[in-house]
Ligand binder design. Structure first.
Ligand code: ATP
Ligand code: MG
Length: 444
């Protein structure tokens, strides 16, 4: 792709309304455009990143046996009246009326709708467990939308729901998601820590938030530093293995402020291991038993002929918020260098030829190299403008493509200037560059 033909509206200056680096960068390189308070359009660069995140989330859901569905954004108020949440949810819910004067709403979450789908079709314990998820826009009329897409009103979320016959099986489902979340965030090159959390309006008694450390985060956290060293590799999708995994983390005190208890913190964590800091919530899982299945009559036949309400959990990941969260974790605002993890980078490599009016030979070389890269499924962005070299590099550093190739008059195929964004360059053969990038992509 030529930069001159791409829709990447780069701004010269940092927009003054943006207070944190992810919001600043996303506006600056034209990833998003605000359309009204807390509501954004996603432009090509932003959408490319978000779609790659979405795909990783999807793959990790599928790996634990969850099945993808797609529920609508607009819901009827009837099911929310059944569960008793219609009044409780308060002003965060956007309520609308259709032309027949029916009360509708833009879904902030989908426990009711998915329970309605479940109860219509599943009648026997033999069909359990069921793990269903969708990736869909949500609307919450947040009182103070801020920080760009980090806390906005319309956002893109993966939400999954589990249905089980009893508590034991339901906890097994919960733990499957626990593992799947650790794997998802790892593939995004993020260190997300599971922390005991409050259940809020979802209800229930068991819950973890997955938090990445960031000064600009809105969650205050209290942890034992050693939780960052827990190794989650080697866990299997078996009850015992997953219980062990959770207890490896739960051994260390780690909570958000709603669950914080000073005395408990100080007894459980010796001073040198205490860490009080801030983080960004990127995922949240809940177990709430029959909180929805009971009022909504989501029951199944049990082996002995009796009936019981299914035990449910729900599991969210902020897919759109993750775009900002990765920037908060990876963008060096001082050097003005962003480097997307290769797994979600909008392009794998940028090609920066030095071009002037009279000499287009380096652009021709760039085109040839591009052809070779494309054959290997390596996606490129070529800066075909006549801007000076340093502003080209600056621009690419902001866009955050992880690798760069620089092409001058002297460039030959067996000695190409190659660098990681923000690092020193080295001379490599094209075949070696291809090998490096392919290897990185395969590792994800
Ligand atoms: P928060 O405490 O940040 O408001 P929440 O507990 O209300 O989040 P959930 O209902 O668990 O969030 O939603 C699942 C995920 O969706 C969250 O972990 C977060 O990543 C994302 N999310 C929630 N609210 C927003 C929002 N207003 N803007 C962007 N992402 C959001
Ligand atoms: Mg919220």
């Amino acid at each position: 792709m030529y930069i001159s033909k791409s829709f990447i509206p780069i701004l010269k200056n940092i927009p003054s309304e943006a207070k944190i680096k992810s919001h600043q960068l996303m506006l600056r390189v034209g990833m998003i455009k605000q359309s009204s308070a807390g509501i954004y359009s996603w432009l090509p660069l932003g959408l490319k990143v978000m779609k790659k995140i979405e795909q990783i989330v999807r793959e990790e859901q599928n790996k634990i046996g969850a099945q993808e569905i797609l529920m609508p954004t607009i819901q009827s108020s009837d099911i929310w009246k059944e569960s008793g949440r219609y009044e409780d949810y308060g002003e965060e819910m956007l309520r609308i009326k259709d032309r027949q004067n029916r009360e509708m709403l833009y879904g902030p979450t989908n426990e009711e709708l998915v329970t309605d789908i479940f109860r219509a079709s599943v009648k026997s314990y033999k069909s359990l467990p069921q793990l269903l998820y969708h990736i869909q826009w949500k609307f919450r009329d947040e009182i103070r939308p801020r920080f760009g897409i980090m806390r906005c009103r319309e956002f893109y979320m993966k939400d999954a729901y589990s249905f089980d016959i009893n508590d034991e099986e339901a906890l097994f489902s919960y733990n499957k998601f626990f593992l799947s979340y650790l794997k998802t965030f790892k593939r995004l090159d993020l260190k997300a820590i599971p922390m005991a959390a409050d259940t809020g309006p979802i209800g229930g008694n068991l819950s973890h938030e997955f938090i990445i450390l960031a000064e600009t985060g809105e969650s205050k956290i209290f942890t034992d530093k050693r939780i960052f060293e827990v190794d989650s590799s080697g866990s299997k999708l078996e009850k015992k293995s997953l219980e062990d995994l959770r207890s490896k983390f739960e051994k260390f005190y780690s909570v958000t402020d709603e669950k914080f208890d000073k005395a408990e913190f100080e007894t459980k964590v010796i001073e040198k291991n205490r860490l009080i800091t801030k983080g960004i919530e990127v995922g949240h899982i809940f177990y709430f038993g029959d909180k929805y299945s009971k009022p909504m009559d989501g029951s199944v036949d049990l082996p002995g002929g009796k009936k019981d309400f299914v035990k449910m959990g729900s599991y969210g990941i902020g897919v759109s918020r993750l775009v900002g969260a990765i920037i908060e974790a990876k963008y060096d605002a001082k050097k003005e260098v962003m480097k997307w993890p290769i797994s979600v980078a909008p392009y794998d490599i940028s090609i920066i030829p030095m071009i002037n009016k009279n000499d287009k030979s380096s652009l021709e070389k760039a085109n040839k190299i591009n052809l070779e890269l494309e054959k290997n499924n390596i996606e490129t962005l070529i800066d075909d403008t006549e801007e000076n070299f340093s502003s080209k590099i600056k621009k690419m550093n902001l866009i955050g493509i992880p690798h760069q190739i620089i092409i001058g008059k002297q460039t030959e195929n067996d000695s190409i200037e190659f660098k990681e964004a923000g690092e020193m360059s080295q001379k490599l053969k094209l075949s070696e560059i291809i090998k490096i990038i392919k290897k990185q992509k395969e590792e994800n």
